[in-house]
Ligand binder design. Structure first.
Ligand SMILES: *[C@@H]1O[C@H](CO)[C@@H](O)[C@H](O)[C@H]1NC(C)=O
Length: 274
């Protein structure tokens, strides 16, 4: 397990254990099924995948979610280079409700959070993967839209960023005039930069719903169809050149749902950019 890994939620098809998390190495096809979290309470659970570049360790942060949406019983699962798993219970002194998938940048795992189910997202939880500690950073005006419920968190050139269509959708379609991106300059000091992008070229392609999949190392935003169709296209928006490339991926005809992991390269050196 020495290569960039991805984490997948898979359906087992069994009635009792409907879903399990699996960590997979796309280079070797090796995979590890994560142990189920044990709790007597019947609540939901959520998991995030992180990488600590200092100790070169993959970790999975998991937590149960109570009825009012607040996380409890936090645990960290560490995946040793041998493939061995170890679990540690950790404390989180910040009651919060996770509200987005996580994104790990330079050893810090970020996800949007709110005080509970019934309140709006008001900031970002930052989990330091190495020290296994939590920090909450509130996001305020004029940048509160960076943590809008429909904004997608991305890694933009090594910085935490958030993207959303100009009409506040989590997708882009042929009616979209563009999207807005906020990039963190200094999270603690509430410094974000705001960028508006027009998508005039996209209209020529007559696309259906496209979701934000992430950013390539070349700084292109990757857009992926929400519902796969044939032919299957992926779009790359270059923010510097203000242009869009459309790339057809063949052999996708039979899939009902597609997940994308950007920047997977079959080379260990790229671990540094994970
Ligand atoms: C949710 O959080 C808000 C803001 O902190 C608070 O005013 C409200 O009472 C909370 N609701 C519940 C059900 O805990």
């Amino acid at each position: 397990m020495n290569f960039p890994l991805i984490m997948l939620l898979i359906y087992t098809g069994r009635k009792t254990a409907a879903m399990v998390w699996e960590i997979c190495n796309p280079s070797t096809g090796q995979s590890v099924i994560l142990p189920k979290m044990k709790s007597r309470k019947r609540t939901g659970a959520t998991s995030f995948f992180g990488y600590d570049p200092t100790e070169k360790q993959f970790k999975v942060l998991s937590m149960f979610i109570t009825k009012n949406g607040i996380s409890n019983e936090h645990q960290v699962l560490t995946l040793a280079p041998t493939g061995k798993l170890s679990v540690r219970i950790i404390e989180c002194s910040i009651p919060h409700c996770p509200q987005s998938p996580g994104i790990c940048i330079n050893g810090v795992l970020y996800y949007k959070s709110s005080p509970n189910w019934s309140s709006e997202v008001d900031g970002i939880m930052c989990f330091d993967v190495r020290s296994e500690t939590f920090r909450f950073v509130r996001v305020m005006e004029p940048f509160i839209r960076a943590v809008h419920p429909r904004a997608t968190l991305i890694n933009y050139n090594g910085k935490l960023a958030s993207v959303m269509s100009t009409q506040s959708y989590n997708y882009i379609d042929e009616k979209s005039i563009g999207f807005v991106m906020y990039v963190v300059q200094d999270l603690e000091k509430q410094k974000w930069s705001k960028h508006n992008y027009e998508l005039t070229h996209l209209r020529e392609y007559g696309v259906a719903m496209l979701l934000f999949a992430g950013v390539t190392v070349a700084g292109e935003i990757v857009l992926l169809p929400k519902y796969p169709s044939s032919p299957f296209y992926v779009f790359y928006c270059s923010l510097e050149r203000k242009s869009i490339r459309r790339v057809e991926i063949q052999g996708m005809g039979g899939f009902k749902q597609v997940y994308t992991f950007v920047n997977h390269v079959e080379d260990v050196k790229l671990m540094q950019t994970f």
